[in-house]
Design a protein around this ligand. Structure first.
Ligand SMILES: Cc1ncc(COP(=O)(O)O)c(C=O)c1O
Length: 393
């Protein structure tokens, strides 16, 4: 069986040995200097001024939405656009925090929202923010999406949990929006077992995300930001400042173990994404050439494609169902991410009465006719040959 996830870490054995040594000698395992170091390292890698490290990608999504609400940049009942093809915990924080969700359809050939789809949705819905998902390492014309958002004063936030390392028009995905979120879950590009991050260039937003991450207090802010907020709220006593809670927060902190893992795995990130890119090209090219069976997925507009699972979009449900049978016991497969979110029970329960995808939905077709299989650096030539065989013959 070719599993979706083959290992916990890149260079698993060496990483586990280093991890044991780290734990044995560490004085502190709750969030501390390793996490801080990782935030600096990851912000540098991503080309952003600030990174806030969290305990998962889902937590990163929740934290950024809460931070934007705390800062008054969005408020309850505002309309928020999201990619109809995404993961549950991209949409759920929007619902949980009292925002109104507007699903935006994706393009069939890129699986992502385009500026065309966005403009079409804007004819009916006046959205305040777009929570765009960069799906499976792909994107459409995110540069144009950014322009549309800029012109119409729509806040653009990228959920980049699936596209760490992809470069489009010379810029890494996750660098187009006001802020972006990342996941370091074991099945994703880089693993801290569980982990996530928010990146932004805006200090105010990074500081608020830090407060949201831990109880709403100011403990992990810079001295300058601490002084500013203490002055604003007349907190003059050091004693009370330790337990002053300025705005709504949670506890979404990572541990030093995750920080240590992040720092050691980040050293391999270029190798990891390069290998995955090579694997993608080797498997996807011959599979997508079977245009009698599959819709081709376009990626020639992307400078560097960083992918962890290969999507296959069948021309009929019958072809997909046959493939599901052929893969049984041989290749682990899944629907393309969460499929069409508007067809999930939670969406039906909370949002259906209010919003739906406009026009003929590609997300629906992808939900009904798509699947993906894993792409990780440990795939052997034999395994890739078997995958190509099953999908092409
Ligand atoms: C687009 C997207 N956003 C968010 C998440 C959540 O990340 P995590 O599993 O780290 O909570 C995922 C998880 O797969 C995802 O695919």
């Amino acid at each position: 069986m070719i599993k979706l996830i083959k290992s916990t870490f890149y260079k698993e054995k060496a990483t586990k040995i280093k991890l044991c040594a780290f734990i044995n000698k560490a004085k502190q395992l709750s969030m501390g200097s390793e996490c801080e170091k990782f935030e600096k390292n990851f912000a540098f890698y991503q080309g952003r001024k600030h990174c806030v490290f969290l305990n998962s990608g889902s937590s990163a999504n929740l934290a950024i939405i809460q931070a934007l609400i705390n800062l008054g940049k969005i408020k309850q009942n505002d309309l928020i656009g999201f990619s109809a093809l995404t993961w549950s915990t991209n949409v759920m924080p929007l619902i949980q925090l009292g925002l109104k969700t507007v699903p935006i359809d994706v393009e069939l050939d890129t699986l992502n929202v385009s500026s065309r789809k966005l403009l079409y949705t804007l004819e009916k819905y006046n959205i305040k923010m777009l929570f765009l998902t960069n799906l499976l390492g792909f994107c459409d014309d995110i540069d144009e999406i950014r322009k549309v958002c800029g012109k119409r004063k729509i806040i653009l936030i990228e959920d980049n949990c699936e596209s760490l390392g992809t470069v489009y028009k010379g810029k890494k995905l996750g660098s187009y929006g006001l802020a972006s979120t990342f996941s370091f879950y074991v099945g994703h590009h880089m693993s801290t077992v569980e982990g996530g991050a928010v990146c932004t260039d805006l200090k105010e937003l990074a500081s608020m995300t830090c407060m949201v991450r831990a109880h709403g207090w100011d403990r992990n802010l810079s001295l300058e930001s601490q002084n500013k907020i203490r002055d604003k709220f007349n907190v003059n006593s050091t004693f009370y400042s330790r337990y002053t809670f300025y705005d709504l927060g949670y506890n979404l902190r990572p541990t030093e173990i995750a920080g240590f893992l992040g720092n050691s795995q980040l050293k391999y990130i270029d190798k990891i994404v390069k290998k995955r890119q090579q694997n993608f090209m080797q498997m996807a090219k011959p599979i997508y050439q079977r245009s009698d069976r599959y819709y081709p997925i376009r990626f020639d507009h992307i400078d560097f494609l960083s992918n962890f699972a290969v999507p296959v979009l069948c021309k009929s449900q019958q072809i997909r169902d046959d493939l599901v049978k052929k893969c049984e016991g041989k290749i682990e497969i899944r629907p393309i991410v969460g499929g069409d979110m508007t067809r999930q029970p939670f969406f039906d329960k909370y949002e259906k009465k209010f919003s739906h995808i406009l026009g003929d939905s590609n997300a629906k077709l992808i939900h009904d006719q798509g699947l993906y299989f894993g792409n990780n650096p440990e795939l052997t030539e034999r395994e890739m040959k078997l995958i190509i065989d099953i999908f092409c013959n």
